[in-house]
Structures are given as C-alpha cells and as structure tokens.
Design a protein around this ligand. Structure first.
Ligand SMILES: C[S@@+](CC[C@H](N)C(=O)[O-])C[C@H]1O[C@@H](n2cnc3c(N)ncnc32)[C@H](O)[C@@H]1O
Length: 278
C-alpha cells in the first residue's frame, strides 16, 4: 500500500502558488481556492515522488521555470472544452463570416484558436471547413492553435480523443469521416491533423510570429485574468486582428473598455465582435 501523504496546503505555500501561477500564466487564484490547489496537485505529489505538498512547493520555488513549473501549470489550469462548444460560433462562421471572406480575392483565410486546451475547438473548425467549403479548394484556410499547457499541446498534436470526449458535441457523421480507431481511442486522421499549426503561446507575454488574423477565437480564458491583464490582451488583439476581422469570446464575455473598437455583431447568439477603425 502506498503511504498516505500530507496533501494539505499551508497559508504560506498557498500564497507562493498564487504568486507563481499569476507570474507565469496571468491566472488568478482567489483566497478560498486552497481545496482546488490541493486537489489538482495531488497526482503530481505522487507522480514526482514528493514526500508531501510542502516539498513540491519548496522544489518549485528553487526552479520555477523548470520541468516541475510546467507540470504545475498543466495541473492548475482549467482545460474544460468540447467539440463545437456552444454551437452558434461555428454556425456563424459557416453561414456568415467565412462566406463573406470568400467574396474577397485574397485566397487566404487566417484563423486563430487561442487557448485551445486539448484541441477540440481547432479540430471543430477544421472539420467544419472541410465539410462546408470543399468547393473553395483554391483557398488556403490557415488555422493556428495555441496553448500555454505543454501537456495539452501534446494531446492536441496527437489528435487522440476518448469515447467520452467524442460523445461531447461531435456530430455523429464526422466520426467515420475524420477519425480512425486506435485501440480504445479515436484519432483525427493525419491529413486533418496536418492542417493545424499547434504552437505554445502564453497570452500574457509577447505574441511573436502571429500573422494578421481574419478570425480569433479566444473563448473561456479571459475569465481567469484580472482587468489589467485583460486590457493588455485586448490591446494586443487590436494589433493582430485585421480591420473588419472578427473576435469570438466565451458566452457572456465582453471586451470591456474596448467596445468602441470591438463592436458586438448582430449574430445575436454569438459573443462575436467586429474590429472597426478607431
Ligand atoms: C477553459 S479552457 C478553454 C478552451 C477553449 N478555448 C474552449 O473555449 O473550449 C482554458 C484554456 O486556457 C489556457 N490558458 C490559461 N492561461 C493561459 C495563458 N496565459 N496563455 C495561454 N493559454 C492559457 C488553459 O491552459 C486552458 O487550456
């Protein structure tokens, strides 16, 4: 029987974790979230063979940028996602935004799925494009998908999903089209996997190497940031989004303080905002 370890967190260690998490990811952990930290770091204490949670925190303080730091970020970030999450953003892209973009003669569409978690969002986009815009073969649809969690990026690139993940939102007819069975899991077929450029990107630091985007999906991540960090992110969005480009936020999220530049569109059910000139 493995020895039961002390997984309770002291007030001082909780403060250390709060500071680490804020500095390295921009995510806030409010007072009272001690239970969440204890729960999420539990497996790491066992997997990395620490005596207790306190030893893990001491080791993190000695080398915050090392491997353990990355694993703590993987464990503490919230990765909830699903295929075609909220449905209406995908409907809006399919029926309004992409058809409008196809009227131009640029022959290229740039889409960025920011904070993409385990990849269901960018893969949903790729499947939708493959199904609905087959006639536009002379167009390049470039999808960039970024994440801070290395573990999530690894999962994204593998394209492997469990039956449970498949059952959450994937239209049934997509399964035989875009997936192959690999043991007990389903894997996105290589030709679709290759269409997405998965990259590490921390939204709170410099956004290097991104092209100007026609569409940005940055959903269900801004809720973890304080107002000053959100403001900084919206300023960067204004630079990366093409004039007239569209930004999707999570339902209920709004570009507070930037409403003059990022105007809510009349696609009423989507949290969709269009960049207008300032
Ligand atoms: C709740 S998930 C949302 C996933 C997807 N956008 C969706 O709406 O289904 C939030 C994701 O944001 C990522 N994240 C948190 N802080 C981040 C940061 N500073 N930079 C980039 N990604 C971050 C987390 O790792 C997590 O995968």
């Amino acid at each position: 029987m493995p020895r039961v370890k002390d997984l309770s967190i002291s007030t001082e260690d909780f403060k250390t974790i709060q500071k680490f998490f804020l500095e390295h990811t921009g995510n806030s952990l409010e007072e009272g979230k001690e239970y969440l930290v204890e729960g999420r770091l539990k497996s790491l204490v066992y997997d990395e063979k620490f005596e207790d949670l306190q030893s893990l925190v001491s080791s993190l303080v000695r080398d915050p940028k090392g491997d353990l730091g990355k694993k703590v970020i993987d464990a503490l970030t919230t990765h909830e996602t699903s295929f075609f999450r909220d449905k209406h953003p995908f409907e809006t892209l399919k029926t309004a935004i992409i058809p409008e973009l196809l009227k131009s003669d640029s022959k290229e569409i740039q889409i960025w799925s920011a904070a993409c978690s385990s990849g269901q969002e960018p893969y949903s986009l790729a499947m939708l494009i493959e199904e609905s815009f087959m006639d536009s073969r002379d167009w390049e649809f470039n999808i960039v998908a970024t994440e801070i969690s290395e573990k999530m990026l690894e999962k994204c690139r593998s394209g492997l999903f469990s039956q449970f993940e498949i059952s959450r939102g994937l239209p049934p007819h997509y399964l035989p089209w875009f997936f192959q069975r690999v043991e007990s899991k389903w894997q996105i077929k290589p030709e679709l996997r290759e269409r997405i450029d998965f990259r590490y990107l921390n939204l709170c630091t410099h956004w290097g190497g991104l092209q100007q985007m026609d569409v940005i999906l940055m959903r269900n991540v801004l809720i973890y940031f304080e107002d000053d960090i959100k403001k900084n992110i919206f300023e960067k969005i204004l630079k990366v989004l093409k004039p007239g480009g569209h930004l999707f936020l999570g339902s209920g999220e709004t570009p507070v303080g930037f409403e003059d530049r990022l105007q809510q569109t009349d696609f009423s059910t989507s949290a969709c905002f269009k960049l207008v000139s300032g």
